[in-house]
Structures are given as structure tokens and as C-alpha cells.
Design a protein around this ligand. Structure first.
Ligand code: NAP
Ligand code: 3JN
Length: 339
């Protein structure tokens, strides 16, 4: 009989957690028992899973007895405190937060890029899921990197509000309604109005003038691609879009990659869908990528400003491939090859 697993979803009531539950169902992950964990605010709430209602339990250090795989998306603070307890209880943790991503003993994994790194879970019992903006970029870069090796990346992101949790989705909806009604609303999640605006700040600023989100893109890309030499400069921008992050990516390679070669490499790359017919105004769009698990790439063109440069536009659902789907894909590899 096929093996089945006891799975805990930590942060089950959140934007990522709820999607995690849906993705586990959709991909028919071999679940023996499911456990939903969240804060005391959600204790006793019920969430559906495979046609049954499952009660949400309060997260504690004792939540993980008998759990095989614990998927965390309840913020870095909770991951730092509770992931080691889950690992000590015998679970393998797949953590969506930034808590463990840069720890040298913990693998940081995108299954299309570095699935071999998953075996590193044996050291600490934890695997980290990268930031959503990094995930979609490295899925698109991997086949190009393997062909021509990357020297430098210049990326600008256009990030959906769902990346800031369910409160931000409500804030954008409320601000749009208020605007139409001629009312003004105090911003709560963001430092400025997000409706009909673009905010060049995601997370807090660092001493070097970059935001934390921008520095995550540099550090995580180097770790996942296993190349500490890659140079990355990022500008991360929040835009009034509900789901899917878009990114304008400029890459400098060690040798020339023609636009047609890039299209050829990307069209057979795992997890990538090339959508690139500019003469018919066909290119990846946030609205089309929402609800999908693939990374969509288009506007592929040679950079006219430098030798060996390439530009493209990459779009993916930030809550699915950028978080929940990537985590479930990691769990699938664990289940198939290691547990
Ligand atoms: P969210 O919608 O605000 O949900 C937060 C979840 O965490 C809820 O289930 C909440 O439970 C739970 N939680 C909060 N405080 C808790 C506590 N003290 N004990 C137990 N559970 C607690 O946020 P989200 O968008 O789902 O994001 C959650 C986390 O996932 C983020 O903080 C981040 O670390 C990670 N994330 C990663 C990516 C990525 O790029 N890979 C993208 C987005 C988010 P209640 O409902 O009971 O409050
Ligand atoms: O803002 C986005 O679009 C992505 C946000 C990710 C995020 C939000 C809150 C806390 C993270 C993350 O995944 O890096 C974290 C965190 O875990 O630090």
C-alpha cells in the first residue's frame, strides 16, 4: 500500500495556510491525518479538508507528536520558536518564513532548481522555502544559468498585496471602495495608500538603503543557485494588484544568449510557461497567472545596452508557486524519496 503521512499546517488560517490546504487537496498529497494550527484567536474554528471540517488547534510545543511533515507559514517569530520543537518531535519542517533561509545548515529549496539540496534536511529537520520574489525569478533563470552562467541580475518587482497577508487584501479592497465613494481611508498595513498607487518599499529599510525584501532576493538567489559570485541589485515595489508578482529582469551572462536560444531553453524548462507573442500583445499578466502554479515568462529580448545581456518579464502567483505550491512540492519530494 502507498505510504501516507501525518501533516501539520501551521498558520492554517492565514492567506498562505489556506492556500496550502487547497494545494494539498488539489495535488492529492498522501495525507493520513491533517492537523491545523494557528493562534489562540482561531482555536476551535473549523476549516474544510477533503470534504470534512477540521478544528483549528492552538499552536504549542506539544502540537507535533506523531506528525511526519509540518508546513509552517505563521511568521518568522513562530518558526524560530516552534520549528525546532516540531523537528525534535520527529517531523520534517518545511518553513515558509525567512527564519531559517540563510542558516548554512538548512537547505533553501526550489524543486525545479536545486532538488538535491533537500537531502540536507537530515542535519536539523528543517527545510526553508524561499521568498516568493526569489522563487519565480530563479525558476526562470535556472535553464539560462546552466547554458551561459550569470554574472549580474538587475530586477524590479511589482508585488501583489496578498504578499502582506489577508489584512492587506482587505485594505486594498476597502481603499478602492472608499475612493469610488469619495471617502478617504487611513492606511493601516502600508505606510501610504496602496489603491491607485505604487510603493517602492517592501519590508523595512536596511543600512545600505535597500529594503529587507530586496536583500532577500540577493542572498537567497546566491544560496539556491549555489553561486556566491552572482551580483544582484533589486528594487521591490508594492502595486495595487491582489494576486501574482511581476518582475522585470535584466541579466548579464558570461556568454551571449540570443532571444531565440532563451525562448528555446525556457520552453522546455520545468515549471516554466513561455508566453511571448508581443505582436499580438501576448505576454504574462498577473490576472492570468493568479490561481496557477507555473512561472510565466515573456517579453524576452536581447539587451541593446550591453553585450551578453537579456531582458524578460516573469509573473507567478505569489501565494501558490511563491509559497504554498513550492512548499507542497518540497513535501512531495520528501515523501517520495526520503520518508
Ligand atoms: P496572514 O494571512 O496574516 O496569516 C498569518 C497566520 O499565522 C495565521 O494563520 C495566524 O493565525 C498565524 N499566527 C499568527 N500569530 C500566531 C501565533 N502567535 N501562534 C500561532 N499562529 C499564529 O499571513 P500570511 O500571508 O499567510 O503569511 C504568513 C507567513 O508566511 C508570513 O509571515 C511569512 O513568514 C510567510 N510568507 C512567506 C511567503 C513567501 O514568500 N514564501 C509569502 C507570504 C508569506 P490566526 O489566524 O489565528 O491569527
Ligand atoms: O511582501 C511580499 O510580497 C512577500 C512577503 C513575504 C514575507 C512577509 C512577512 C514576513 C516574509 C517572507 O517570506 O520573507 C516574511 C518573513 O518570513 O520574514
Amino acid at each position: 500500500m502507498a505510504k501516507t503521512f501525518s501533516v501539520a499546517v501551521v498558520g492554517a488560517t492565514g492567506a498562505v495556510g489556506r492556500t496550502m490546504i487547497r494545494v494539498l487537496e488539489e495535488r492529492d498529497f498522501p495525507v493520513k491525518e491533517i492537523r491545523f494550527l494557528a493562534s489562540e484567536r482561531s482555536e476551535g474554528k473549523e476549516l474544510p479538508f477533503k470534504g470534512e471540517n477540521v478544528r483549528v488547534q492552538r499552536l504549542s510545543h506539544d502540537s507535533f507528536n506523531g506528525v511526519d511533515i509540518a508546513i509552517f507559514s505563521a511568521g518568522a517569530e513562530r518558526s524560530l520558536i516552534f520549528a525546532p520543537s516540531a523537528a525534535s518531535a520527529g517531523a520534517v519542517v518545511v518553513d515558509n518564513s525567512s527564519a531559517w533561509r540563510m542558516d548554512p545548515e538548512i537547505p533553501l529549496v526550489v524543486p525545479e532548481v536545486n532538488p538535491h539540496a533537500i537531502s540536507g534536511y537530515k542535519t536539523r529537520g528543517i527545510i526553508a522555502n524561499p521568498n516568493c520574489s526569489t522563487i519565480q525569478m530563479v525558476v526562470a533563470l535556472k535553464p539560462l544559468y546552466d547554458y551561459a552562467r550569470i554574472r549580474r541580475i538587475v530586477v524590479s518587482t511589482y508585488q501583489a498585496v496578498s504578499g502582506s497577508g489577508h489584512k492587506a487584501v482587505t485594505e486594498l479592497e476597502d481603499q478602492v471602495r472608499a475612493w469610488v465613494d469619495g471617502r478617504s481611508l487611513e492606511p493601516k498595513v502600508y505606510p501610504h495608500q496602496i489603491a491607485f498607487n505604487c510603493l517602492p518599499q517592501i519590508d523595512i529599510f536596511q543600512e545600505n538603503g535597500y529594503t529587507k525584501e530586496e536583500m532577500k532576493m540577493l542572498n537567497e538567489t546566491r544560496k539556491i543557485m549555489e553561486d556566491p559570485e552572482i551580483r544582484v541589485t533589486a528594487t521591490a515595489v508594492r502595486v495595487p494588484v491582489f494576486y501574482s508578482h511581476s518582475e522585470a529582469v535584466n541579466v548579464e551572462f558570461e556568454k551571449k544568449v540570443s532571444a531565440s536560444k532563451a525562448r528555446e531553453l525556457l520552453s522546455t524548462a520545468p515549471g516554466v510557461n513561455v508566453v511571448d507573442d508581443p505582436s499580438h500583445s501576448i505576454y504574462p499578466l498577473a490576472l492570468d497567472a493568479a490561481g496557477q502554479d507555473l512561472v510565466f515568462v515573456g517579453r524576452i529580448r536581447e539587451d541593446i545596452s550591453q553585450a551578453n545581456g537579456l531582458d524578460f518579464w516573469v509573473v507567478a502567483d505569489n501565494i501558490r508557486k511563491g509559497a504554498a505550491t513550492n512548499a507542497v512540492q518540497i513535501a512531495e519530494v520528501l515523501a517520495e524519496r526520503y520518508l
